[in-house]
Design a protein around this ligand. Structure first.
Ligand code: DX5
Ligand code: ZN
Length: 221
């Protein structure tokens, strides 16, 4: 498996001083900025859009930005995020009228593309698009809020997706999002994940590096 990536969810960052907080969490040894976009329609919360992504780029954030779209409709906002400096764009299949078209739109805009599965979303959405995916993101909580508890059934789903990725031969990251903590990250990695979103577990601690180092130590076990 490729090197593990830790992706702090900036949903739990300090929005009054977002640029500094994102720099701090990257300096603490994280890899990718996880950027949660919620529309108060597909999910019951409202967060940030392309302007904030542009602002982070203008502030000097050069790490990959992983835009997790929890919006409906999806397609209209994709070119805006590509222009704003997104590196990866993922979306929920239920929120797109034409999944293959949305994936193509993301790729044509120059970004990596991924599908996101809610805890109860079936995996059959993978059936005809594996060749177009750079990332598969399994939600381990229902989308909308940070700080929820990891849903244990995700572990079996991760094993199933890991097997599908390995059998496909494609180069696809397996990302997990929701309730990832120091004390469960090793188990989640053992189930097949190689990219870990963590919001509250990192940002709710005074010293980000301490948490990130502990996560890396768990991943090295
Ligand atoms: C939930 C978001 C997650 C969330 C993770 O809808 O997609 O990225 O912020 O937060 P924690 O790590 O606190 O569960
Ligand atoms: Zn997310």
């Amino acid at each position: 498996m490729r090197p593990f990536l830790i992706a702090p969810s900036i949903l739990s960052a300090d929005f009054a001083r977002l640029g500094d907080d994102v720099k701090a969490v990257l300096d603490a040894g994280t890899d990718v900025v996880h950027f949660d976009v919620m529309d108060n329609h597909y999910v019951p919360n409202l967060t940030i859009g392309p302007m904030v992504c542009t602002a982070l780029r203008n502030y000097g954030i050069t790490a990959d930005i992983d835009v997790h779209l929890m919006v409906k409709p999806v397609d209209r906002i994709i070119p805006d995020f590509a222009k704003a400096g997104a590196s990866i764009i993922t979306f929920h299949p239920e929120a797109s009228e034409h999944i293959d078209r949305t994936l193509q739109l993301i790729k044509e805009s120059g970004c990596k593309a991924g599908l996101v599965f809610n805890p109860a979303t079936p995996l059959h959405y993978l059936d005809h698009v594996m060749d177009k995916l750079d990332v598969i993101l399994l939600m381990s909580v229902n989308p909308g809020f940070g700080g929820q508890s990891f849903i244990p059934a995700t572990l079996d789903k991760l094993r199933q997706v890991r097997a599908r990725i390995d059998a496909s031969g494609f180069d696809i990251r397996l990302e997990v999002d929701g309730g990832v903590k120091v004390d469960n990250i090793a188990e989640i990695a053992a189930a097949g994940a190689d990219m870990f979103v963590a919001g509250s577990a990192i940002f709710n601690q005074p010293d980000y590096k301490v948490v990130v180092d502990k996560m890396r130590a768990e991943l090295a076990k």
